[in-house]
Design a protein around this ligand. Structure first.
Ligand SMILES: NC(=O)c1ccc[n+]([C@@H]2O[C@H](COP(=O)([O-])OP(=O)(O)OC[C@H]3O[C@@H](n4cnc5c(N)ncnc54)[C@H](OP(=O)(O)O)[C@@H]3O)[C@@H](O)[C@H]2O)c1
Length: 453
């Protein structure tokens, strides 16, 4: 019987590093890889590339600052460790894997790598959401590829699934839960009845939320990912500032109570919908936003629990496809990076026409959706409140669907909910500006769209 390996042996890559690069025949010429950044994801990428059969992929360079602190003998001895970026960019690596993060200097290095005739793989959502189309043009010009599958939803093959698996379809809608921190907070509020503040604290204690969570809870992080999905899936080029995003901080436990009454759940939903009016002139419209929204309790999105992510893509021919799982973490994200490397290895020598198309700029971009809405008011109770709300809504041709009021709240701060039939969110916004000026509000009204799956 074989002696079981100790857990230490299992987790270590290699106890003794080999002294030379693996022998490879000319016919099996490997894709040489230079890794920029040996942090959480970089370390995992190196581990996967150096463990077990690595097929056509050969890690040859690792770049990081303070390289002495990073260097580990658990990787093969042929790897060149360096803190000199020029050494990597001037080397014979075929692909540069950028896992530094941020736009500077990482963006400059990515541009230089492409200009030096290398393909690039990156997990950098900030860089791709800001400069994805420009980098794609540069890569095309140089006859090289830039892949960014790990920049959205970490280890879930959403980008590669959309760009490769659904390349034959014409996609018109991408929706998703793209931020694990928000999903953790909202699902905790839902399951335990806790407040936003205590669910956030718990997420921070468990490492699911940063000390400064604003980029996550205010929708900035998810918006950058939606920009990338819009480019990759809908073929549209937008800037982050064009997409409205709203915070989840105003969601309370009372909202979950009322959502449950409506057979719904609340999640931070990122949604982009493309509509083409054939013309002439042809007009491409994009509606896109990141915001907390009600979704049916039985929907797939509502089943995403904790820090999970989900991406759905709807196409003219294939219907709806769903990608879900755990979006972040070193190992899952590294899987997406290595999968991109395999895609590049497989496509070596492919004609330029096979490269992803350049994204077009939509003629109109808005954050408006025509859907049912949920309004939550907290008021100082007195007769006539509902009548005055109904009068303003009627003025904007908005119909009330239902009114819900749970007992047990003080008259001085009484929450109640109104659901509205389908209406344009921009028109509703104008009605709400008028409603907000009424003098019985204890806190500003909360308005959430109600999305179907
Ligand atoms: N972590 C995840 O779960 C996850 C998921 C999806 C996407 N991503 C993306 O993946 C990328 C890497 O993330 P990460 O979590 O691996 O970050 P990280 O742990 O901070 O690693 C970044 C590495 O780059 C090095 N570095 C930073 N600036 C440098 C510079 N100017 N010169 C040389 N080296 C530099 C850092 O060195 P020091 O250690 O010396 O600072 C560190 O080793 C980011 O774009 C991130 O958004 C991460």
């Amino acid at each position: 019987m074989a002696k079981p390996r100790s857990s230490n042996a299992r987790t270590k890559l290699r106890t003794k590093a080999p002294s030379a690069a693996p022998r490879i025949s000319a016919a099996d010429k490997p894709l040489k890889i230079g890794l920029l950044g040996f942090g959480t994801v970089g370390r995992s990428v190196a581990k996967i590339l150096c463990q077990g059969p690595n097929g056509p992929l050969l890690l040859t360079h690792v770049f990081n600052r303070n390289i002495k602190k990073k260097k580990t003998d658990s990787l093969p001895a042929h790897i060149r460790w360096t803190e000199n970026i020029h050494e990597v960019l001037r080397s014979d690596v075929d692909v540069v894997v950028e896992l530094i993060g941020g736009t500077k200097p990482a963006g400059d290095w990515v541009r230089r790598a492409l200009r030096a005739g290398k393909s690039v793989v990156t997990a950098n959502k900030l860089l791709i959401s800001e400069s994805g189309p420009e980098l794609a043009v540069l890569a095309r010009k140089m006859g090289r590829r830039i892949e960014f599958g790990a920049s959205v939803a970490g280890g879930i093959p959403a980008i590669i699934g959309i760009q490769e698996g659904l390349a034959g379809d014409r996609l018109y809608r991408i929706a998703g839960i793209l931020n694990g921190t928000c999903n953790y907070i909202l699902t905790r509020m839902e399951s335990s009845g806790s407040s936003f503040v205590s669910a956030l604290k718990e997420a921070q204690d468990l490492g699911f939320a940063e000390a400064d969570p604003s980029s996550d809870v205010d929708g900035i992080d998810a918006r950058a990912k939606l920009v990338i999905l819009t480019q990759a899936g809908l073929g549209l080029q937008v800037r982050s500032e064009q997409i409205p995003c709203r915070s989840i901080t105003s969601i309370t436990s009372a909202d979950f109570m009322y959502a449950r009454e409506l057979d719904c759940s609340i999640r931070q939903i990122s949604l982009a919908e493309k509509a083409v009016v054939p013309g002439p002139p042809r007009c491409v419209r994009l509606a896109a936003a990141v915001q907390p929204a009600l979704i049916p309790a039985e929907s797939l999105m509502a089943h995403a629990q904790g820090s999970q992510n989900i991406v759905t893509a709807a196409g003219e021919f294939s219907g709806r496809s769903v990608f879900s799982g755990y979006g972040a973490g070193g190992d899952p994200t590294a899987v997406a990076v290595v999968s991109d490397l395999y895609a590049i290895a497989r496509s070596a020598g492919a004609p330029a026409a096979a490269l992803p198309k350049t994204a077009e700029t939509p003629n109109e971009v808005s954050g408006d959706f025509t859907v049912p809405h949920y309004l939550r008011f907290v008021v100082q109770d007195r007769p006539g409140i509902v009548a005055s709300l109904a009068a303003i809504l009627a003025k904007y041709d908005i119909s009330i669907d239902a009114l819900l009021q749970k007992p047990g709240f003080p008259h001085s701060a009484l929450p109640f909910v109104m659901t509205l039939e389908s209406c344009d969110s921009a028109v509703l916004q104008r009605a709400l500006e008028e409603i907000s000026r009424l003098d019985f509000h204890v806190e500003p009204p909360l308005c959430l769209p109600v999305f179907s799956d």
